[in-house]
Design a binder for this molecule. Structure first.
Ligand SMILES: Cc1cc2nc3c(=O)[nH]c(=O)nc-3n(C[C@H](O)[C@H](O)[C@H](O)COP(=O)(O)OP(=O)(O)OC[C@H]3O[C@@H](n4cnc5c(N)ncnc54)[C@H](O)[C@@H]3O)c2cc1C
Length: 418
């Protein structure tokens, strides 16, 4: 259906990754007839980020990135893709943006999908050390591969035992590196999982020959001939050819802040991804948004959120209001283990562990607040992930004793209490 009043309008999108690209294509699907103009600083055809720390890190240098959409499809959908160009300012009053090539671009609707960048901690010596990497972009992977060279049997120290740090460790071990993970907290994945999941992954890595040390706060990085010495506050030291920093991200909110758009733990948006400023939307990792199921504002770092928010915003821009209402989900691949997560476990006060098969890792952890199911972590257990999603969505009350009993067949009817 044609929306003729949109015919001459311009929708400009800053950031052409999961959020921005999906928004552009969703706009066409919703019937936007005007111009769609995407900008991204990254020169690569927009690509999937999750494989960067998984398959792409272990593949041959000649292997290509996994594109979000083919180059042809931008042409087909009449979406202008401007790569290698950075937006330097938003002029909300004049409804235009300034670009790094000193030109400007006017808009009727602006979408900020600028995502996030890795945090580089202020550790003395880190910035000047050779072969220090972060992992957010294809260029970061190219740098790591280059430093590994043709014989990747190098000593790699990964600072940070979160999902990305652990995926990098598993991938580099697979291609022959000697890998050590240094985690500052009591356990890896401390902020995001129950201790049982942390223990499981710690053991998995150790079995695969990756050393993981917790309570390791890196304080200094020192040059040592051709390598570097990573020094922790307890006096322990680790020699590294390559350091990879995976201690979390900071959201790219500078443009929005400078344009006086409301910021609160990210760009604050409503259920349709609208910011506090007229005709400006924000999507993806950089947003602080309301989750209707959990009845609270959250900031999420996931493909699911970027894609779902993009669809909601596109509908709203085309004047078809829909409210964002999804249960978050996420995944992580390490060695031959697939972790699938559904829901948000923050605020849990009890868990149920269900082990399907004691010989092979196949289990799930169900996080509850009282009797309310909040989230599920499923290890090699797609069935638990699917069932958990359904139960969370429908606020299903569950018989926990039965759920924990693996002799009871794993089907929803066996656990429903009402
Ligand atoms: C190594 C890795 C592994 C991951 N694994 C998973 C996973 O398994 N599952 C999962 O759900 N999520 C995973 N994620 C997270 C997921 O990739 C992000 O949630 C997702 O990329 C967010 O999309 P986004 O579009 O909001 O932001 P981003 O992907 O960060 O994209 C923002 C884009 O904006 C551009 N940009 C920023 N500022 C400007 C500017 N001023 N001008 C022009 N362009 C600009 C950037 O260049 C970038 O391309 C992973 C992330 C990484 C890095």
């Amino acid at each position: 259906m044609l929306h003729s009043k949109h015919n001459k309008k311009k929708c400009v999108i800053i950031g052409a990754s999961h959020a921005g690209v999906n928004c552009a294509f969703a706009l066409r699907k919703e019937g936007w007839q005007g111009e769609i103009i995407l900008y991204d600083s990254d020169p690569e055809l927009p690509y999937h980020r999750p494989p960067l720390s998984k398959t792409y890190l272990t593949s041959a240098p000649s292997d290509v990135l996994s594109p979000l959409k083919s180059a042809d499809s931008y042409v087909r959908e009449d979406i202008q893709l401007n790569l290698g160009l950075t937006v330097t300012a938003i002029n909300a009053k004049e409804q235009n943006i300034t670009l790094s090539n000193n030109t400007s671009q006017s808009y009727d609707t602006l979408v900020i999908a600028t995502g996030a960048r890795p945090i580089i901690p202020k550790i003395p010596g880190l910035a000047d050390a050779k072969n220090v990497f972060q992992l957010r972009t294809a260029a970061d992977v190219a740098g790591i591969r280059n430093a590994l060279g043709s014989k990747p049997n190098k000593n790699v120290v990964v600072i940070g035992g979160g999902y990305i740090g652990l995926e990098i460790a598993a991938s580099l071990k697979k291609i022959g590196a000697s890998v050590t993970v240094l985690e500052r907290e009591n356990r890896i994945l401390e902020r995001v999982t129950a201790p049982e999941i942390s223990d499981f992954f710690q053991t998995l890595h150790q079995k695969n020959g990756v050393d993981i040390f917790t309570h390791k706060n890196v304080t200094v990085v020192e040059k040592e001939n051709n390598t570097v010495k990573v020094v922790c506050d307890d006096g322990s030291t680790f020699t590294a050819d390559i350091i990879i920093v995976g201690v979390g991200i900071q959201v790219n909110t500078e443009l929005a802040k400078q344009a006086n758009i409301e910021i609160e733990n990210g760009i604050k948006v409503d259920a349709s991804a609208r910011t506090s400023t007229k005709n400006i939307y924000a999507l993806g990792d950089n947003t602080y948004h309301y989750n209707a199921h959990y009845k609270k504002y959250v900031r999420l770092e996931s493909v699911q959120n970027a894609v779902d928010q993009a669809k909601v915003a596109a509908a709203s821009i085309c004047e078809k209001e829909v409210a964002y209402d999804t249960i978050p989900w996420f995944w992580s691949d390490q060695y031959d283990v697939k972790l699938q997560i559904v829901g948000l476990s923050n605020g849990y006060d009890n868990i149920v562990i269900r082990i399907e098969d004691k010989e092979q890792p196949c289990f799930s952890i169900w996080y509850f607040n009282g009797s309310v199911l909040l989230s599920v972590d499923a290890i090699n257990n797609a069935k638990a992930y699917v069932m958990g999603t359904k139960f969370i969505k429908t606020n299903q009350l569950i018989n926990k004793e039965k759920l924990a009993d693996s002799s009871i067949e794993f089907k929803p009817a066996n656990f429903i209490t009402q």
